[in-house]
Design a protein. Structure first.
Length: 186
């Protein structure tokens, strides 16, 4: 049995973005949650080339149930799951989990399966017809993070995150991003 996630012990409780959701988020979280461009580019404007990606997990597996539902994947269908930490100068900035169905990888000519330490945003924001199809938000309490994530980030406070379904023409992928304290100050 493979580990479903190195970030969380179970799927966070995601809430669909609806009218009024934005006003329920802290002010400093709003601009990150509703950022329409690449979060990596935004971090690079603040931290420059010091922004790096560390891969925590990348393998084919069955996504969490809510991820399957958001991507409209049939039950037990495997997808490529990639979890990373974006950091700069030793400071953790964003934890991210990406779920990419096989059909999306084929559409992208395997570019999405061979990212290595390259940020996902560099690839998907280059697609001319990239569209945000769904946005969810969650507040993740410290108890939900795995011991590995706790050790890596020293999280002691709840962390806000967003989950976005992107469309590359008619192919989809899901990206969950969790905003650590270092990202919220820029």
């Amino acid at each position: 049995m493979t580990t479903r996630s190195l970030l969380v012990t179970r799927d966070p409780l995601w809430v669909a973005n609806r009218r009024g959701t934005r006003q329920q988020l802290p002010q400093r979280v709003q601009s990150w949650t509703y950022e329409t461009g690449s979060l990596t580019q935004r971090l690079r404007r603040a931290y420059g080339s010091a922004v790096k990606v560390s891969i925590l997990l990348q393998h084919w597996q069955t996504p969490f149930l809510s991820e399957q539902q958001r991507l409209q994947l049939s039950a037990h269908r495997h997808a490529l799951v990639r979890e990373v930490l974006l950091h700069a100068n030793g400071q953790p900035l964003i934890l991210a989990r990406t779920v990419i169905p096989a059909s999306t990888i084929r559409f992208a000519h395997s570019n999405l399966a061979k990212l290595g330490t390259r940020p996902l945003g560099e690839v998907i924001f280059a697609y001319p017809k990239l569209a945000r199809l769904h946005l969810d938000v969650a507040l993740v309490k410290p108890a939900l993070w795995t011991p590995a994530t706790q050790a890596l980030t020293q999280l002691t406070q709840p962390v806000w995150g967003r989950r976005t379904v992107y469309g590359l023409q008619d192919q989809h992928l899901l990206v969950s991003e969790f905003f650590l304290a270092g990202s919220l100050v820029v």
